[in-house]
Design a protein around this ligand. Structure first.
Ligand SMILES: C[S@@+](CC[C@H](N)C(=O)[O-])C[C@H]1O[C@@H](n2cnc3c(N)ncnc32)[C@H](O)[C@@H]1O
Length: 413
């Protein structure tokens, strides 16, 4: 096919006031479905006010759809590929499409995600369902107008649930340091705890806390997969948070469960989750995981299953944890208290860490501990957390179940 002649450089199309003209690189990605435009990709137009609706155009004038402008590390989020309006009917349709993707959810579960942002063509907007309550979480204050319309659409889609909250989360790359706020859009505004059910087990969540509600529903399928594999085992749950893996392990027959987290507050919530299910909480240890692992190694304490699901970064008086560079150290410390044949169940949500880099760090940790690891299962979030392939950033989740065995001794000679 003939390449079109280049446009004369002397006559660039002028951007209308509500237009952003983007470079060829961004044009290519937008055409493939990637919904973000970075500030360095904007050639002309603006700068619009955050929250303003803009038309996106390629250098040659090609229409690339309608977006919501932002300021900071993202210049615009594209919502539709044509020039149509971003009105109530549009958001009702998008939320309806998201709901249709989620008709096959697990039974006995009323905690799930209705809208998963970019992967449901609603960039920067998540909708979580906590029983009768809904939480709409926005990645940026520029999306407040969109958030209200999505909330209305979600309420209409699911019937008449309880309270609808609008929460905001701050991306660390966000240069705009406004305070994250949560407010009520509909229903009772009093922040309160809600008991939800996941796979038949009960957990208490605080919807008003937005993304910190207290249960990570993107781990539900992994808890489901693990359910038949806890029976009779000694389980160590590191970075245990509110204890969802611990509760599930105990409910499915674990002989012993030890949960470790820096935060006394999260462990108090873990205890409450055990109570809600009529289960013995086992040992709850408020401490830096590295300290606990070191003590258990010295005491000769051993486990059959170790769950390790750390955040990207944390700091305690015992030191700093950085997911980017500390996984080998963590894996080695875990493997020194795991019995041969036991399972290391490692999860990382760091989008910047590729599966290859994750595997490399785990392998290095295994070598340090004189062990070998074999991947038995790789988990992904469920149908309510789809990851669009045209948006690589959505594929952050790694959940690896690995059997650990001692390194075979080199044969003599
Ligand atoms: C991503 S959450 C873990 C989620 C959990 N696995 C679940 O499924 O609910 C991370 C947790 O790690 C805890 N944490 C962070 N740094 C820690 C450290 N050095 N030692 C122990 N806990 C830590 C935080 O308090 C938080 O509860």
């Amino acid at each position: 096919m003939a390449r079109p002649p280049p446009r004369p450089a002397s006559a660039p199309p002028r951007a209308a006031s509500d237009e952003l003209v983007v470079n060829a690189y961004s044009t290519g990605w937008l055409k493939r479905g990637f919904p973000w435009v970075y500030p360095t990709e904007v050639l002309r137009g603006g700068p619009p006010t955050p929250g303003e609706l803009v038309r996106l155009r390629g250098e040659g004038g090609t229409s690339l759809g309608r977006a919501v402008a932002d300021r900071g590390w993202i210049a615009a989020r594209r919502f539709r590929r044509d020039d149509g309006p971003l009105d109530a009917a549009f958001f009702a349709e998008r939320v309806g499409l998201a709901a249709a993707r989620r008709t096959e959810r697990e039974p006995d579960t009323d905690a799930w995600r209705l809208v998963n942002a970019e992967s449901d063509d609603l960039p920067g907007v998540r909708v979580d369902v906590w029983g009768a309550d809904l939480v709409v979480t926005l990645d940026s204050p520029s999306l407040r107008g969109v958030g209200q319309l999505v909330a209305d659409a979600a309420r209409a889609q699911l019937g008449a649930p309880g309270t609808t909250w609008l929460a905001e989360r701050r991306d660390p790359r966000d240069t705009e340091r406004t305070a994250a706020a949560t407010r009520t859009l509909h229903g009772d505004p009093a922040p309160r705890d809600v008991v939800v059910t996941e796979l038949g087990l009960r957990y208490e969540v605080r919807p008003a806390l937005g993304k910190d509600a207290g249960l990570f529903t993107d781990m539900r399928t992994n808890r489901a997969w693990m359910a038949p594999h806890w029976k009779g085992s000694r389980v160590l749950n590191l970075f245990a948070h509110t204890g969802a893996f611990s509760v599930s392990a105990r409910a499915h027959g674990a002989a012993e469960v030890v949960s470790v987290d820096l935060s006394e507050g999260y462990l108090a919530r873990a205890r409450r989750n055990f109570d809600l299910n009529g289960l013995d909480a086992g040992e709850l240890i408020a401490e830096d995981c590295f300290r606990t692992l070191d003590r258990f190694r010295r005491q000769g304490r051993r486990f059959d299953r170790i769950v390790v699901d750390p955040p990207g970064f944390s700091h305690s008086e015992a030191g700093t944890w950085q997911g980017e560079k500390d996984w080998a150290r963590l894996a080695a410390a875990c493997l020194r208290v795991l019995d041969p044949g036991g399972w290391l169940i490692a999860a990382s949500n760091l989008g910047s860490q590729s599966p290859k880099a994750f595997g490399g760090a785990l392998q290095e940790g295994a070598e340090r501990a004189g062990m070998e690891l074999r991947l038995c299962h790789e988990g992904t979030p469920g149908v309510d957390h789809p990851a669009a392939l045209h948006f690589p950033e959505a594929r952050y989740s790694k959940f690896w179940v690995m059997e650990a065995t001692p390194c075979l001794a080199a044969s003599p000679g």
